[in-house]
Design a protein around this ligand. Structure first.
Ligand code: ADP
Length: 611
């Protein structure tokens, strides 16, 4: 009911290259955005160097001015100051325009990539086989968290790349080039510091990666936990077990808190170390340039001290941000693992054959079928049965005997481990899966009613159906009178209907779909007696001339079948017409008699006699 999952380390790791390779197809469609962004980046990076150049020139020019033997004239000084002002203000204006468009286009890219990733993952998930959704690692909350965080983190990475990483690194490379152009030694000192930063950041990232991955898993567990609490709130409250749930959450949260604090601690330590290294770099640059000025090295002037310090600030700017970029990248790597793990789960995609016969008769043959669920539960053992076309076959057995599993196999939701299933003589695996399901109708104990009107819900059976078709289907399912009594008729929200009425909506949907094969899996199990009787009429109507497999605990429905198969712990133990199997004794007789006793059939008969 509630997960006891604490964050677990993952074994499946993705590196930066994998991330780029995976994300590239989502970015490439927006080539023109990339080109514009690259041009803006180049202009922005050039602008970023202007301050250094202006200061260099300004210091030297003002220095030369005040050292003029006869004193300086104010007109000369005003000219210099005017040029400085125009250049710096002009640069700011250009810089602001560039930044605006860079951010705008970066954001545009993020939104577009996020949309494409969402569309792709939905399309992908819809194509997956049932086993994907029933496995523990894909519980709703976990799956949702993996998808949401994956999309958010990946699209942010794209955005960060274009509006932060790329401009910062381009500016750093330009600044480094300018330092080399000014003086090779200064350039070399700046260059030598860079790998040291990288190394420290690398060590930091490597230390923190495991922790971050565990935090990611923790987030999944927290989402799933909250979802489970909401889903089970009635049980939790009725048993007064709020404290147990709260404690369970507290346990997950406390392990998350420890992890988060540990990560922060490491992060602060490394950030301090990197700030210190950066200062060492600045000090070295100042000392070296001052020394070169003092020895009158060619091309060196006092303005170069400012020039080099400012350029070095540009070189180290991305490095100052490197840990953050690294953190974001690491998050992206971890979330990408989860996200692309879903997107690339080829093995989860439903397979399909190409067999699409014009007419589907509905004659099933199972021989020696074994089936095991992905959690290791073997549900079927050596099952052989023949389900003839146009007849009603009931599957009987206690809960957990394997009845629903058979229906799941016949609808190709799962594949047998061994043995064969033929439909009209062709192995089910060779059937086009969508074609097969087009010809199969499934009515479950609780049919999913979508948030929409009654008409929309019935039309789900055949989106091309007209309003008249919908009305006819409702009539066939004995639903029309009730719908007509509602003030809004077919436009009433289907979620407002009672359980019995919703079941009839599902049956009307079947009439509209009009499949030759119908599976009824405990269609009346959650209904009261009156509703059951009414539904029986609609079921009887839909059973006509179709291959029907019915799973029911209701003996009234079982004895209506042409033949029954009795299952016990995944094996077929009896089969034949209901009367002949009853006469054999055994499990069916036990179930039948118990069922009659539980209904108090004798007294019911007496009561009926007294009428
Ligand atoms: P029935 O319909 O007769 O009540 P099922 O076919 O639902 O029985 O179940 C047969 C066995 O398979 C049971 O032991 C059940 O616990 C197991 N089972 C059913 N569905 C799943 C699933 N999605 N994953 C793992 N085991 C399952």
């Amino acid at each position: 009911m509630t997960p006891t999952t604490t964050p677990q380390p993952s074994t499946n790791k993705m590196n930066l290259w994998d991330l780029l390779r995976n994300i590239l197809p989502y970015v490439l469609p927006y080539r023109w955005l990339i080109v514009v962004t690259l041009i803006l980046t180049l202009v922005g990076s050039l602008m970023a160097q202007v301050n250094a150049v202006v200061l260099d020139r300004a210091v030297d020019a003002i220095n030369a001015l005040i050292q003029q033997p006869g004193g300086f004239s104010w007109s000369q000084a005003t000219r210099i100051l005017t040029i400085i002002s125009i250049v710096l203000l002009g640069k700011e204006v250009i810089g602001a325009v560039v930044t605006f468009f860079q951010r705008y286009y970066g954001e545009r890219m993020r939104i577009l990539v996020s949309r494409d990733l969402s569309l792709r993952i939905v399309e992908r998930i819809l194509s997956f086989r049932m086993a994907f959704f029933t496995s523990e690692e894909n519980e709703t909350g976990k799956l949702q968290s993996r998808i949401d965080r994956g999309i958010m983190s990946l699209s942010n990475t794209v955005n960060n790349f274009f509006i932060e990483i790329l401009p910062l690194f381009t500016s750093a490379i330009l600044a480094l080039g300018l330092m080399f152009a000014a003086n090779v030694y200064v350039g070399l000192v700046a260059l030598c510091i860079v790998p040291v930063y990288f190394y420290v950041t690398y060590i930091q990232a490597a230390r923190m990666k495991g922790g971050r991955r565990n935090i990611f898993r923790g987030h999944q567990a927290v989402s799933q936990g909250i979802l489970n609490i909401i889903e089970s709130i009635t049980v939790i409250k009725s048993f007064n077990r709020e404290h147990i749930e709260a404690d369970r959450q507290a346990e997950i949260q406390s392990s998350m808190t420890d992890l988060q604090l540990d990560i922060r601690k490491q992060s602060y330590f490394f950030n301090g170390l990197k700030s210190f290294l950066e200062q060492i770099g600045t000090v070295l640059i100042i000392i070296l340039t001052a020394y070169l000025v003092l020895i009158d090295y060619p091309g060196m002037s006092i303005g170069k001290i400012m020039y080099h310090v400012m350029l070095f600030a540009n070189v180290s700017a991305p490095i100052r941000q490197l840990h953050r970029i690294y953190d974001d990248m690491n998050d992206a790597l971890i979330y990408a693992e989860g996200f692309f793990g879903i997107l690339h789960a080829e093995e989860q995609v439903e397979d399909s054959g190409s067999h699409r016969p014009q007419q589907v008769k509905g004659d099933f043959d199972l021989s020696h079928v074994d089936f095991t669920y992905s959690n290791g539960t073997q549900a079927l053992f050596d099952v052989s049965m023949h389900i003839p076309r146009g007849k009603i076959t009931a599957l009987v057995g206690l809960s957990g005997a394997g009845k629903s599993t058979i229906v799941n196999l016949l609808d190709k939701f799962y594949h047998p481990d061994s043995g064969t299933i033929l439909l009209d003589g062709t192995p089910l695996s060779q059937w086009d899966t969508q074609w097969l399901r087009e010809h199969v109708g499934l009515v479950l104990q609780k049919n999913h009613i979508f948030d929409g009107t009654i008409e929309e819900n019935i039309r789900y059976g055949n989106p091309a159906a007209s309003h008249d078709d919908v009305v006819r289907a409702a009539q066939q399912a004995y639903l029309l009178d009730q719908v007509q009594q509602l003030p809004q008729g077919f436009q009433t929200s289907a979620l407002q209907l009672s359980g019995g009425q919703q079941q009839r909506v599902a049956i009307a949907r079947m009439f509209l779909k009009n499949p030759p094969i119908i599976f009824l899996d405990e269609p009346t199990a959650s209904l009261d007696a009156i509703a059951t009787e009414q539904i029986k009429a609609s079921i009887d109507a839909i059973k006509k001339d179709r291959t029907v497999i019915i799973i029911s605990h209701n003996i009234g429905q079982i004895i209506d079948a042409d033949q029954i198969y009795v299952l016990q712990q995944g094996r077929v133990v009896q089969s034949g017409t209901p009367e002949s199997v009853y006469r054999q004794g055994g499990v069916y007789k036990e179930i039948f008699d118990a069922s009659a006793r539980s209904m108090n059939a004798d007294k019911i008969a007496d009561t009926l006699d007294q009428k």
